[in-house]
Design a protein around this ligand. Structure first.
Ligand SMILES: [Zn+2]
Length: 257
């Protein structure tokens, strides 16, 4: 990772504000404490000028200003006075792998992290598990924070999903924008609390595959978690149409090595 100085277009100011607002909201709704989690937003237009903007490393969000948000290229170059979150790699790799994703939120929220510390996928104990795009929400195996291994495991756990847990670490959610990603984070945390509670009394009844298939089909047609989906064998994945999902109005400043 190397540092560079540059200017950026004024349109990115709005994106900086949006990221900081989401990070603060994450603390406000109890999903995060201090500077543990991180938030990013895709910026760029799928040309050589594409990238993303991420929260800075190690500063409590209530002490941050919009100027502290860090623009980055897909190559890991960054600009500004602050270092990017030490966990920027999985943000970058999710954007690389998933053209349908424009926003990524990572938290160490209590219940999601509790389940992640048990190394458990969230099974179909409740039909709302399908909001994440499949019959379960996977838990990626543990790897050191900030490592490429963790990033690779995250991308794999997110296959055909909008959320996953990170073993002994926390959760990651994705979305077409920050508002939907935050709503997804709240939803996953709530599911984890409910699942944890069922585990206290011997575990709940599971919904069978056929019924979860019906729920997944219904989720394609209504509700706030209903992006366009398509059948992919027995799973479901978002339709990948970057022309519709990215925001072409904003772009990164010209990046130099
Ligand atoms: Zn983390």
């Amino acid at each position: 990772m190397s540092r560079r100085k540059d200017f950026e277009p004024s349109t990115n100011r709005e994106r900086r504000a949006e990221i900081l607002k989401t990070a603060l909201k994450m603390n406000e709704v109890g999903l995060n404490q201090g500077s543990a989690g991180n938030v990013s937003l895709r910026i760029g237009d799928f040309t050589e000028n594409n990238g993303f903007m991420v929260t800075p490393s190690g500063i409590p969000y209530d002490e941050c200003t919009v100027d502290d948000m860090v623009p980055m290229t897909m190559e890991g170059l960054w600009s500004g006075k602050m270092k990017p979150s030490s966990e920027w790699k999985f943000h970058r790799d999710i954007y690389k792998d998933r053209p349908d994703v424009n926003a990524v939120i990572h938290t160490h929220s209590t219940f999601a992290t509790t389940i992640a510390c048990l190394g458990k996928d969230i099974p179909a104990f409740h039909y709302m598990v399908a909001v994440a795009g499949g019959r379960n929400i996977r838990c990626a195996p543990y790897h050191t924070f900030g490592s490429q291994e963790l990033s690779d495991a995250t991308v794999k756990a997110l296959l055909r999903r909008k959320a996953c847990l990170l073993g002994n670490h926390g959760m990651i959610v994705t979305g077409p924008n920050l508002k939907k990603a935050l709503a997804m984070a709240v939803e996953v945390e709530e599911l984890c609390e409910m699942y944890w509670r069922t585990l206290q009394v011997g575990g709940g009844n599971m919904i069978d595959d056929e019924e979860m298939g019906r729920v997944l089909v219904k989720f394609q047609t209504y509700g706030q978690f209903a992006p366009p989906m398509e059948n992919d064998e027995d799973e479901y994945r978002p339709k990948l149409d970057p022309r519709k999902t990215h925001n072409p109005k904003v772009s990164l400043p010209k990046m130099r090595r």
